[in-house]
Write a protein that binds this ligand. Sequence first.
Ligand SMILES: *[C@@H]1O[C@H](CO)[C@@H](O)[C@H](O)[C@H]1NC(C)=O
Ligand SMILES: *[C@@H]1O[C@H](CO)[C@@H](O)[C@H](O)[C@H]1NC(C)=O
Ligand SMILES: *[C@@H]1O[C@H](CO)[C@@H](O)[C@H](O)[C@H]1NC(C)=O
Ligand SMILES: *[C@@H]1O[C@H](CO)[C@@H](O)[C@H](O)[C@H]1NC(C)=O
Ligand SMILES: *[C@@H]1O[C@H](CO)[C@@H](O)[C@H](O)[C@H]1NC(C)=O
Ligand SMILES: *[C@@H]1O[C@H](CO)[C@@H](O)[C@H](O)[C@H]1NC(C)=O
Ligand SMILES: *[C@@H]1O[C@H](CO)[C@@H](O)[C@H](O)[C@H]1NC(C)=O
Ligand SMILES: *[C@@H]1O[C@H](CO)[C@@H](O)[C@H](O)[C@H]1NC(C)=O
Ligand SMILES: *[C@@H]1O[C@H](CO)[C@@H](O)[C@H](O)[C@H]1NC(C)=O
Ligand SMILES: *[C@@H]1O[C@H](CO)[C@@H](O)[C@H](O)[C@H]1NC(C)=O
Ligand SMILES: *[C@@H]1O[C@H](CO)[C@@H](O)[C@H](O)[C@H]1NC(C)=O
Ligand SMILES: *[C@@H]1O[C@H](CO)[C@@H](O)[C@H](O)[C@H]1NC(C)=O
Length: 441
Amino acid sequence: MARARSRSLLLGAPAVSMGPPRAFVPLLLLLLGTSGFFQSDAVEVDLKDGANATCLYANWMMKFLITYETNSSDYKNTTLNLPSNVTHDGSVCGSDTQAALLAVQFGQGHSWSVNFTKTNETYQADFVTFTYNTNDTTVFPDAKRKGPVTIVVKGTMQPVQLNNVFVCHNTDFLDAESVTQIFWNVTVQAFVQNGTIGKKESRCHADTPTAAPTVPPTVANVTTASTTTASPAPTTAPKPVENPETGNYSLKSGNKTCLLANVGLQLNVSQDKPLLININPKTTRADGACGNTTATLKLNDGNSTLIGFTFVVKNVSKTAQKFYLKEVNVTLLNRLNGSVISNADNSNFSKWDAFLGTSYMCQKEQTLEISDNIQIHTFNLWIQPFLVVENKFSTAQECSLDDDDILIPIVVGAALAGLIAIIVLAYVIGRRKSYAGYQTL
Ligand SMILES: *[C@@H]1O[C@H](CO)[C@@H](O)[C@H](O)[C@H]1NC(C)=O
Ligand SMILES: *[C@@H]1O[C@H](CO)[C@@H](O)[C@H](O)[C@H]1NC(C)=O
Ligand SMILES: *[C@@H]1O[C@H](CO)[C@@H](O)[C@H](O)[C@H]1NC(C)=O
Ligand SMILES: *[C@@H]1O[C@H](CO)[C@@H](O)[C@H](O)[C@H]1NC(C)=O
Ligand SMILES: *[C@@H]1O[C@H](CO)[C@@H](O)[C@H](O)[C@H]1NC(C)=O
Ligand SMILES: *[C@@H]1O[C@H](CO)[C@@H](O)[C@H](O)[C@H]1NC(C)=O
Ligand SMILES: *[C@@H]1O[C@H](CO)[C@@H](O)[C@H](O)[C@H]1NC(C)=O
Ligand SMILES: *[C@@H]1O[C@H](CO)[C@@H](O)[C@H](O)[C@H]1NC(C)=O
Ligand SMILES: *[C@@H]1O[C@H](CO)[C@@H](O)[C@H](O)[C@H]1NC(C)=O
Ligand SMILES: *[C@@H]1O[C@H](CO)[C@@H](O)[C@H](O)[C@H]1NC(C)=O
Ligand SMILES: *[C@@H]1O[C@H](CO)[C@@H](O)[C@H](O)[C@H]1NC(C)=O
Ligand SMILES: *[C@@H]1O[C@H](CO)[C@@H](O)[C@H](O)[C@H]1NC(C)=O
């Protein structure tokens, strides 16, 4: 039988970093002071076997971002933090033939678990199971459906050498259905032998120095060339000058595509100086929820950036309905020490509107102001958040007509037309006069 002891902290999961840790630090530090840095605790589980020896050890930090439907059929976001006390009933040491299981329960009916499998030389996470209970009114006020919701996600943790301890300080997240699970400061070892935690660490890719330069590379040539002068600290972060690649994102409801979005996204984060971040579609995963009157598209770039778009439907007349973009939310995560650094939200948009059943298109660059410090530039936008038929965009309404920029040509055109009218008038009057003149002759 397994005995376990858990210490006051929160928990996170072993997960894999999906890519090199990026030169995200300066941005994070910049933002740290500004907003929404919420603190989490760590959770520790030290599971013992029948001989009172540690067989499974984990210490990690974790939080959940959950979207749920409210009584008014709106979708709301909530953050579920683990309390400092968790239980870990049902955790299992595991063996050659049985999977190990790390399971914790917390709050009002929430639980989280991950099972590990072992091969000859390695162990790895198999599935992560998360159950949240929308009955918990402090976390899910006004939830439409009350009761437990369970999601299961394939773990992304890389295989770890047996007897090694897996360590990942960088943030990683798992996106599934309406939940983003965020982990950081993870230490875990399954199938511990002889009760001794491994002395050798397997670090996640994101933590390894080659993959993760913690300072932006200096502008090499210039600074190294001038060897005589003490080169001032490089202050400019690298700026992508090129436009972002256009991503093709979609959501499904059952096996039917319910939302389509083609768009190139560039984040403009400014504090003391602007920093442009192109969202890479190749590493970006789409998630969200379709609804009849509300749809959300959440993009996770696998690189510490989460962007969410909320579309709603409005009546424009007795019979006609339009959809429009109502809300945009940007969450930036600190890839190096974990945690949410910034969460900017603007729910007062009234953009990208088109009749229900059609799509909205805008090829040229547009800017969405999310907060004082964060803007999103969109390129080659083509979106249809409702009533997608057979995986294809319906007729597009283009942005050009209701666009500010087009106003100038219209004004100029109108002025020109006026001028022409005046000239024609003057000509006609002039001709009349001279005709009259001839007559008098
Ligand atoms: C991750 O973000 C950093 C900083 O914005 C960027 O330099 C890097 O190219 C990004 N990596 C990927 C895979 O998108
Ligand atoms: C297990 O070990 C702990 C200390 O490591 C000790 O306090 C506890 O009494 C032991 N329990 C049993 C059942 O041996
Ligand atoms: C955790 O602590 C809170 C208050 O501190 C308490 O109400 C709750 O019952 C505790 N939960 C567990 C699982 O011990
Ligand atoms: C594991 O060990 C068995 C028997 O020793 C061997 O047949 C098998 O190929 C090994 N598997 C791996 C992945 O090394
Ligand atoms: C791990 O858990 C998942 C979900 O409960 C389950 O489907 C899977 O079979 C488990 N893996 C093993 C090896 O038991
Ligand atoms: C939700 O909570 C109420 C009271 O707290 C309880 O009566 C009900 O059975 C719960 N429902 C579910 C699905 O857990
Ligand atoms: C991660 O862990 C280190 C030490 O283990 C700690 O100093 C740091 O504060 C932790 N990070 C966060 C965000 O709690
Ligand atoms: C565990 O103990 C066994 C014998 O008790 C020993 O042969 C083995 O080397 C030990 N393994 C580790 C990883 O210490
Ligand atoms: C920058 O350095 C690289 C390699 O050190 C060199 O090939 C290149 O010519 C240099 N560029 C300039 C502008 O000096
Ligand atoms: C999914 O689509 C297939 C055909 O593409 C259809 O046969 C099947 O019934 C659909 N399943 C559901 C759950 O709608
Ligand atoms: C959404 O629309 C479908 C089809 O028109 C309808 O069957 C369904 O009941 C609607 N759902 C809600 C929540 O209104
Ligand atoms: C919910 O979170 C997503 C990002 O995860 C964001 O895009 C969306 O705007 C948020 N919605 C609300 C209602 O806050």
